[in-house]
Design a protein around this ligand. Structure first.
Ligand code: MG
Ligand code: MG
Length: 266
């Protein structure tokens, strides 16, 4: 049986929003810096400094033994890649996942960036994964169920021939980074936990260009596609409020930076 979900007050949701917006601003700092030749450790240091300078704490660092502020997953890596001295290269895609803890509440968001000139079929994977996130959010409304979110994501991804990762899922967000309910990116309409006002969840499709199968790398952290083909990951923290989904995190700061770099095509 699923554990009881937490219902947050308006004041608590406002605090999740503050943490989530700091995540968005942090990812915008990453957007400004990300380029061929930059190491993932450089991005991680930038993010940690920015979060602390703005009154937050890195949400992932120290949680489950996580050593870093960001989790950066490149190309065939799906999620949970650890920053290090690896240099990003022209043509890479890098999913950057970030959490912030501030005023006792977490925010969680992720964005997959293009590094330099990325192949059109990989850009298409990123576009469709963002569309999956939007469709998931559109279904995060009162009286729907968690399965409606997953179904919408799965249907869109599979219509493009992509694989939906099963092993990793979205989650409730609040005083803990990961709370019930689990929010899978697959599912059946009308099944699972009932959505109602005050529920705060992270929706985070992880979509593979090839098959859905993943494996864990030898570092004990990184999850990668089994077939070695690229994967994409976008995440928002949202609240169900007055019946609708209210997005608490934002990509708008990221998109402003990418637009100014001439890197936002849509
Ligand atoms: Mg995340
Ligand atoms: Mg998450």
């Amino acid at each position: 049986m699923a554990k009881t979900v937490n219902i947050l007050s308006d004041a608590e949701i406002a605090l999740v929003r503050e943490s989530s917006l700091l995540v968005g601003r942090t990812l915008a700092e990453v957007a400004g810096k990300i380029a061929p030749g930059v190491t993932t450790a450089q991005l991680d240091r930038l993010a940690e400094t920015f979060i602390r300078d703005n009154g937050g704490l890195p949400g992932f660092k120290g949680l489950y033994g996580c050593p870093s502020t960001l989790l950066i997953s490149v190309n065939q890596e799906v999620v949970h890649g650890l920053p290090g001295d690896r240099e990003l290269r022209d043509g890479d895609v890098a999913s950057v996942d970030c959490g912030v803890l501030m005023n006792g509440f977490y925010g969680d968001s992720a964005y997959t960036f293009c590094v330099g000139d990325v192949a059109p079929e990989v850009r298409q994977l990123l576009t469709v994964t963002q569309e999956c996130l939007a469709r998931g959010i559109a279904n995060a409304i009162a009286n729907n169920r968690v399965g409606d979110i997953g179904h919408a994501i799965q249907e869109h991804a599979e219509a493009h021939g992509y694989g939906v990762v099963r092993e990793l899922v979205g989650h409730g967000v609040g005083r803990k980074l990961h709370e019930p309910p689990e929010v899978p990116n697959y599912g059946r309409r009308g099944h699972g936990v009932l959505l109602r006002d005050g529920l705060v969840i992270a929706i985070e499709p992880m979509i593979n260009m090839g098959t859905k199968d993943v494996r864990q790398l030898e570092d004990g952290w990184t999850i990668a596609t089994r077939d070695g083909r690229p994967s994409a990951h976008f995440e928002h923290t949202i609240a169900v409020r007055t019946g609708k989904a209210e997005v608490l995190s934002t990509f708008s700061y990221i998109e402003d930076v990418l637009r100014s770099k001439g890197e936002l095509v849509s």
